[in-house]
Design a protein around this ligand. Structure first.
Ligand code: DGJ
Length: 739
């Protein structure tokens, strides 16, 4: 066992970290330590010293040094002397909001099972996970609180959640129910997070913590383009390859809050969970409320190590095991090639061409259903448009399958158009507040997925199409956020439940479909990267990273995303130029060299390309297939950081598990005349192995490539038939160990 429970002290030890807390004198829990692994011992007096402060409440007259606000708490309540933001708040029928959860007992079990209604971590492979559950009780309300902890020692990850169980006679209101709290003893950290917007998601932002509150959050009933639930606290001198860093994430796709409060004593309180704004839950007698799980991880080996251990954790303990280790097909998507203007014959020309180029899957995007010739109609009518497909969708699917290609289809299940049979039949399924106008967004509205009949309708509609077409893949889109949020079937005091109930409905739909069709690969999409989160990844192991496929923009987006998510989760496509979002011309080979470091796809009209461009794509597809395993699953190292260093240069690399193969890429935006020489300082190689680079005769030891660096060729001019530009250049280096 690597969870030690002695004298009401709990020491959770992973391979390299320790997390320690204990029962305090008042029966509540106090945090002692989170950081590098330390020895277990019966008590840590040094970490529990109480220093008395003036002008501050103390628990009892005879315990003047027991001052809640000066203590590191494990899951703090509000109103008994700790004036920092609390981890939860429970309101009694009389309006009182005071709680006192006192330790009762605990259980320790091997392994980790999934949560019932929420996506969650698991340990199907007996990878040494251990689960500790503490039971606490509030005597006045008779609410039982379970604090749940699982350690995943091999990835240095701890997963936390809380469960509230009402054993009393009255309905209570849970106004705040966060998943985890961490009280760190100082505030000398940089807060690192990933803000963005549609088409420029997850850019790196790093700034020192300051007094007061800083946070990232969402109130969109989606994790959002604008903020992401992944964030880090790193020491100011921490780099990608060295130094202390904590990583936090939430296995959830709805409203979230990750908040850091730096208090009067320069300590830092981190709170992670469902955003308390726009949330409240009626905890009826005998009911329970389970929070989503928060993921915590720490390393003193830099942010790249953190990314790798988290990435490994997600692949082994979060994403659908049917796909976790499975190579992803190279796809062609018709969206940017045709938009809504297609029929079966037109699509088949793309399919046939894709087949000759070696592409493995055709994905039919928006516009195949109802009478959807533009974005104003038909969402909700998940039956085929007979004018585009007179012989049905299965006719197209059969032809694709006969070519030994896979077939994928776009759905936007959560939405409804006013011009749809679904709306005409069920206008009340659309989310809108009474007597208010429903605010449109992309001409569409949102279905109330908190209602089970809506979820059932979608399960049946989608299942019919999946079965009929023997579908291999679904792109699950979600193109707007909810406004006028109101649940027609919810009581007034339940209205603040709707955001969470909606997300539970989305999970219910995902759960049913992934169980009914275990071999269908799901890719989540929300106007690109608007729901790039761990809740989605549990069901859909990859996500469309961004609607922005411009190679230059994708460097920033994929670089930023890589801090919190491994490249196997990132859909990355080569699209046409001038780029639809930026108007930028970039060479075809650069677009591919960026997209290789993800799940490669093409999203352009390949029938319109020149012969040399087609030949180039064929070569790219062959190249990617050869190295697909390392591109999709190799350990990812960030080298030149465009956010922190020279914005003109980005570089990264992947290394396979036995360090016998690596592929590095260096991207330079603007070419320079007579430039200085540049070196790429590689990472992750075996210092004692000998390597060749791009099959050249010279042999390098790994240590040389990592410490002295690899000279990157200067870009003198454009140099291939498909390239007319020397700007936006990519160099790829295939690094092979000599045998
Ligand atoms: C937004 C997605 O991100 C695009 O890739 C495409 O599927 C469109 N929606 C279709 O409406």
């Amino acid at each position: 066992m690597t969870i030690y429970c002695n004298n009401q002290q709990f020491h959770l030890q992973t391979n390299h970290t320790s997390y320690i807390f204990k029962v305090l004198a008042n029966g509540e829990l106090g945090q002692l330590y989170y950081g590098p692994k330390i020895h277990d011992k019966p008590s840590y007096t040094n970490l529990t010293i109480r220093e008395e402060h003036d002008a501050m409440p103390a628990w009892r007259l005879d315990q003047s040094d027991f001052q809640p606000e000066a203590l590191k708490q494990e899951y703090a309540s509000f109103g008994k002397g700790d004036f920092r933001y609390p981890a939860f708040q429970l309101t009694e029928t009389n309006g009182s909001r005071i709680s006192e959860f006192v330790y009762q007992n605990h259980t320790l079990t091997k392994g980790k099972t999934r949560l019932a209604q929420l996506p969650s971590s698991f340990d199907d492979t007996n990878d040494a996970a251990e689960t500790l559950t503490l039971v606490l009780k509030d005597a006045v309300t008779a609410v039982r609180l379970h604090l749940n902890y699982t350690i995943f020692p091999n990835q240095d990850v701890i997963v936390r959640s809380a469960t509230f169980v009402n054993e009393g006679p009255h309905t209570l209101t849970l106004n705040t129910a966060l998943s985890a709290q961490i009280d760190l003893p100082d505030a000398k950290y940089d807060f690192i997070h990933f803000p963005g917007s549609w088409a420029r998601e997850r850019h790196l932002s790093r700034a020192p913590l300051h007094d007061g509150i800083q946070s990232v959050s969402s109130l969109r009933t989606a994790s959002s383009h604008q903020q992401n639930p992944f964030c880090m606290l790193a020491r100011p001198d921490t780099t990608d390859h060295d130094g202390e860093v904590f990583g936090f994430n939430l296995i959830y796709s709805g409203n979230f809050l990750n908040q850091v409060e730096v208090d009067q004593f320069e300590t830092s309180r981190i709170l992670i969970g469902i955003n308390p704004t726009e949330f409240a839950w009626q905890l009826t007698p005998n009911s329970s409320f389970q929070t989503p799980e928060a993921v915590l991880s720490y390393t003193n080996q830099g942010m790249n190590q953190l990314s790798q251990q988290l990435g490994q954790f997600y692949q082994e303990h979060l994403v659908n095991p049917n796909f976790a280790q499975q190579q992803r097909p190279i796809l062609i998507n018709n969206w940017e090639a045709t938009f809504f203007d297609f029929d079966e014959a037109k699509l088949m020309t793309i399919v046939s061409e894709a087949k000759t180029l070696g592409i493995e899957m055709f994905v039919l995007d928006d516009g195949w259903f109802g009478h959807r010739d533009d974005d104003t109609t038909s969402l909700g009518d998940w039956f085929v448009d007979k004018t585009k497909f007179p012989n049905g969708l299965s006719h197209l699917a059969t032809q694709i399958h006969q070519l030994d290609m896979k077939f994928g289809l776009w759905f936007e299940p959560e939405m409804i158009s006013l011009d749809s049979e679904l709306y005409r039949a069920h206008p009340d399924w659309l989310i809108c507040a009474p007597n208010r106008q429903a605010t449109p967004s992309r001409n569409q509205y949102v279905l109330d997925l908190s209602r089970s009949e809506v979820v059932t309708y979608l399960i049946e509609q989608m299942s019919a199409v999946i079965t009929e077409t023997k579908l291999d893949y679904i792109k699950w889109d979600m193109n707007r956020n909810i406004t006028e949020i109101f649940g027609n079937e919810l009581a007034p005091n339940q209205q603040l439940e709707l955001s969470h109930r909606y997300i539970l409905g989305v999970y219910k739909l995902y759960d049913a479909l992934t169980k009914r069709f275990p071999n269908v690969l799901f890719e989540s999409c929300a106007s690109g990267g608007g729901r790039f989160d761990l809740g989605m990844m549990y069901y859909a192991p990859q996500a469309w990273t961004s609607d922005n496929t411009d190679a230059v923009e994708r460097l920033n987006i994929q670089f930023g995303t890589s801090y919190g998510y491994p490249q196997i989760m990132m859909g990355a496509h080569v699209s046409d130029v001038p780029n639809g979002q930026t108007g930028r011309m970039t060479p075809l080979e650069t677009r591919a060299a960026v997209a290789y470091f993800g799940d490669l796809g093409y999203e352009l009209d390949i029938t319109q390309l020149s012969d040399s461009e087609k030949a180039a794509i064929k070569a790219q597809v062959t190249f990617y297939k050869k190295y697909r395993q390392i591109f999709q699953f190799g350990r990812f190292y960030r080298l030149d950081n465009p956010f922190a260093d020279d914005p003109n240069v980005t570089s990264w690399m992947v290394v396979n598990s036995d360090q016998s193969l690596a592929i590095a890429a260096r991207y330079q935006l603007l070419n320079q005349p007579n430039p200085k020489s540049c070196r790429l300082f590689l990472q992750g190689l075996d210092p004692n192995k000998q390597y060749t680079v791009n099959d050249q005769p010279e042999v390098f030891y790994g240590d040389e490539l990592m410490t002295a660096g690899l000279l990157s060729p200067r870009i003198l001019k454009a140099h291939s038939e498909t390239t007319t530009l020397a700007d936006f250049h990519a160099n790829l280096f295939i690094i092979k160990a000599c045998h």
